[in-house]
Design a protein around this ligand. Structure first.
Ligand code: SAH
Length: 213
């Protein structure tokens, strides 16, 4: 597991690409500059790790494209020590970016293989989310609620009600909504009963699947 000056150089270039694509949040860009994305991928993809592309991570899943990670992270408006719930830990790359941004991250993954691999990988890289959970993200994490923000990193056919319930007033839920392709959607909780909806164009994700643990 090596992170070299060459990797750092490629990360700097990736950050320039993300800025050109419209990412402005310095906290997001700094985190992407620091997290060694190549270590979250199978070593056969190492040479491509800093291209702005999604890649397979096993169990039929993908690590999200850096632009998508940056875009969702920016929408969350993470402040230091914010409690953030992530649905779909996957490779742990998005988890790592949020931790680097200063969030206290709680993340849920339903594929046992990915849950195990990522639970071992993150501490090796010195990244310490508050809690990694194996289970169904549709339910959120009631025991740890409420959250300052919630990010869903798989395409959801609907907005799971428990996620709305587990969001603090003023908090943001960022979720790609749709089946074939997804519309990036953000709900801001205005009060106990009202949510304000914002939409941000089309993205492509693997599906958020109903639990079959
Ligand atoms: N954030 C990840 C993205 C992985 S792709 C990364 O940066 O690598 C989406 C992930 O969501 C997959 O790992 C998939 O197994 C997981 N997933 C799908 N449905 C889920 C559910 N109901 N609950 C929790 N995780 C789910």
């Amino acid at each position: 597991m090596k992170d070299t000056a060459k990797h750092q150089g490629l990360r700097n270039q990736l950050v320039t690409v993300l800025e050109q694509k419209g990412i402005t949040d310095k906290n997001v860009l700094e985190a992407i500059k620091k997290i060694p994305r190549h270590l979250f991928l199978n070593s056969s993809f190492e040479d491509y790790a800093y291209q702005d592309k999604a890649f397979p991570i096993g169990a039929g899943q993908t690590i999200s494209q850096p632009y998508t990670v940056a875009f969702q992270s920016q929408l969350l408006e993470v402040q230091k020590d914010h409690k953030v719930l992530e649905i779909g830990t996957g490779s742990g790359y998005q988890t790592a970016v949020l931790c680097m941004m200063g969030a206290k991250v709680y993340s849920v993954e339903r594929q046992n293989e990915l849950f195990k691999t990522t639970s071992l990988l993150l501490p090796k890289l010195g990244i310490r989310p508050k809690h990694l959970s194996f289970g169904d993200g549709y339910k959120g994490l009631e025991n740890y609620a409420p959250f300052d923000s919630i990010i869903v990193t798989a395409g959801a056919p609907i907005i799971p009600k428990p996620l709305m319930a587990q969001l603090k007033v003023g908090g943001r839920l960022v979720i790609p909504l749709g089946e074939e392709h997804q519309i990036m959607t953000m709900l801001i909780r205005k009060n106990e009963t009202q949510f304000e909806k914002h939409e941000f164009g089309e993205f492509r994700f693997v599906p958020l699947l109903e639990n079959k643990n």
